[in-house]
Design a protein around this ligand. Sequence first.
Ligand code: ZN
Length: 110
Amino acid sequence: MSTNETHDASVCGDCLMWIANGEPPLSDPATGADFNEEGEAAWVDAWVTRNAGTYWVCSSRPTADGEEWTDEDRYYGRDVESCFSWSPCDACGSTLGGDRHPAAWWEVGA
Ligand SMILES: [Zn+2]
C-alpha cells in the first residue's frame, strides 16, 4: 500500500546534493578517501537500496505564519537554512556530525 503522505526529513550535505542534483559525494563520507568509480557506485547502490520505494525532494521552508517554531521544526531545520547536528541523516543514516538540511520524502510504487 502506498500513500501520498509526505514525511519531513533531515539530511546530510551529501544526500542534499544527491537529492537535488543527482551528484554522489566525491569521497567516502566514512573515511574521507576519494571515491573511485566502484566506491561511488557502491554509495549510490546503498542509498537506493536503503530508500527503496521512496521519492525524495529538498523541501522548502514554510514562511513564518505567526506561530512559534516547535522543537520538531528546529530538528527538521524549518526555522533555519541548515544546522549542525549529530543526529543521523534520515536518508543515508550517516552519524557523522555536520549540517543537516530539510528534505521530504514519500512512498512511491507498490
Ligand atoms: Zn545522508
